[in-house]
Design a protein around this ligand. Structure first.
Ligand code: 8YV
Length: 320
């Protein structure tokens, strides 16, 4: 007997989200609205659910006094003020697990592409250099140690894949993980000193901002490679550019950047970088699974069954 809840989309999302929710809820989308500000003023007071793939701050939440749920499209939710949401009694959900293997695959691909310079070799061939001279010899994964910053779900999936490549694996994070066969370092500098390739998979946000700084890159050393599939904010991008230019490290493979979709021209001008436009989870099937999990969280919440995948800041136990 009650009227369908009003749900707000800040941006156009995966079509599956609108398709699946459209029949059961009253959907509003700010992106593409003739006057987004007027739309927000009009529907804000009625909105009970928010589907997002980007930033939500306290100022926006204050304009949505009946808000109950923020469903984030993506496992990383550093752009959502989850603590502020918790203070307001708003539940935040993300999309863990469904993208773990996809992102881990991409990370391993990026490691190999960076070590063996696969995109550079492809460009070399296309530009017609091969008949003149063979492609210059590259670094190797053989006999290397790989360090993982952030041994969470995705970090562990990357480590398991790399096991098959016969490399030693070390890691650093806030805590030592029980039951894993990898070497723990209680400092990032210590990890960087011990390994040749550092893979960043730590969550973004204020806790990890600029963690990979000039000193860490220095510790990684002139044979070192940095691979980042997490958030650009975890790496001090200016320090990275300086290190790449100076040869402090050998190269970098980056799927994420500080100010996406803008990539510093200095990074693109470097020959020892492999740069991807944030495609870790960007396969048709995985994006569909992420969209479905956004939908399922919204349905579960508004059918009174609670959130399926609440984030850590959201105080929620299934028993409640
Ligand atoms: C993005 C991601 O969510 O899941 C994450 O944390 O970084 C990606 O999957 C994706 O770009 C959709 O916005």
């Amino acid at each position: 007997g009650t009227s369908p809840a009003d749900i707000l989309l800040l941006r156009k999302m995966h079509p599956l989200v609108e398709k699946a929710l459209g029949g059961r809820f009253t959907l509003h989308c700010l992106e593409g609205a003739p006057d987004p500000e007027a739309l927000l003023a009009e529907v804000g007071p009625r909105i009970r659910g928010l589907c997002v793939g980007g930033g939500v701050d306290g100022a926006l939440m204050d304009r949505l006094p009946r808000l109950e749920l923020i469903a984030n499209f993506g496992v990383g939710y550093d752009a959502v003020d989850a603590a502020g949401a918790a203070k307001r009694g708003v539940v935040v959900t993300n999309t863990p697990d469904v993208l773990t293997d996809e992102v881990a695959d991409l990370a391993v691909g990026l490691v190999l592409a960076t070590v063996r310079r696969l995109p550079q070799a492809d460009r070399y061939l296309r530009e017609g250099h091969w008949p003149k001279a063979p492609f210059p010899l590259t670094a190797s994964l053989r006999g290397r140690r790989v360090g993982i910053l952030g041994l969470g779900r995705i970090g562990l999936a990357i480590a398991r894949r790399l096991d098959g490549f016969g490399v030693e694996i070390d890691y650093h994070g806030r805590s030592r993980k029980a039951g894993v066969p990898y070497t723990y370092h209680d400092s990032l500098i210590g990890l960087a000193r011990a390994v040749h390739i550092l893979v960043v998979v730590a969550p973004g946000g204020s806790d990890t901002k600029g963690l990979v700084d000039a000193a860490v890159l220095d510790a990684l050393g002139p044979e070192g490679l940095l691979v980042n599939v997490a958030r650009g904010s975890v790496v001090d991008e200016a320090a990275l550019i300086a290190a790449l230019q100076a040869g402090t490290i050998l190269g970098a493979g980056l799927d994420v950047f500080e100010n996406e979709p803008h990539v510093p021209p200095d990074l693109a001008a470097l020959e020892n970088t492999v740069l991807l436009p944030h495609v870790g989870s960007a396969s048709t099937s995985t994006r569909e699974a992420m969209a479905q999990l956004v939908v399922d969280n919204v349905l579960s919440w508004f059918e009174g069954r609670g959130p399926l995948t609440p984030v850590a800041e959201t105080p929620w136990s299934p028993a409640r």
